[in-house]
Design a protein around this ligand. Sequence first.
Ligand code: M7G
Length: 182
Amino acid sequence: VKHPLENRWTLWFYENKSKNWEENIKEVASFDTVEDFWCLFNHIKPPSHLSLHCDYNYFKNGIKPMWEDDKNTAGGRWLLQLPPAKNCPQVDEYWKNLIMSIIGEVYEHSCEINGAIVNVRSKGTKIAIWTSNASKENGDNIIAIGKKIKEVLGAQHEKLVYESHADTANKHGSYAKHAFTC
Ligand code: M7G
C-alpha cells in the first residue's frame, strides 16, 4: 500500500526555448503518494545539474505556477537567493528538503502554500515557496512560514525575503520591494 499525501502535486518544467514565457512551461507529471513522489524526484536531475534558464515548479494540482493563476494573484514568495549552483553544493539538499516539507505539509499554515520553484540562472540559483496571501494583515502567517522554511532547510544563517507577486511583476531592474525578511 502506498502512503497518501494530503494533496496531489504537479511538477512543471520551464525551459527557455521561445520568447513567450508561458509557452516554455510544461506540465510533466502529478503524484499523490510518497512513493510516486520519490520515483519522480529520483528520476530527474537535481537543480545543480540543470541547464541555465531552467526551472522546476512543484505546485498543488490545479494551481498553475504563474502569477496569473487565481490562487497566486494576491500572493507572493519567500525567496532564498544562492550563488550559482557550482559554487553552492547545498542547493540540491535545500531543494530536496523544501519539497519534502511542502508535500509533507509540515507548515502550520500549509493551506497558504501553493508551490515551490527553483530557478537556475547564471547569476545564481533562486529557491522560493509561493504563498497565496501577501497582504500586510497576513504578516504573522507569512513570517511563521518563513521561519519554518529556515528551520526545515537548516539554513538559519541564510536571509530570506518575501515579496508580493504584484511587486515582482512590476519591479524595475533586478530588485522587487521586500515586504518581509527573515
Ligand atoms: P524569472 O524566471 O522568475 O526570473 O522571471 P529571472 O529574471 O531571474 O530569470 C523572468 C521573466 O519571466 C519575468 O520578467 C517575466 O517576464 C517572466 N515571468 C516569470 N514568471 C514567474 C512569470 C509569471 O508568473 N507570469 C508571466 N506572465 N511571466 C512570468
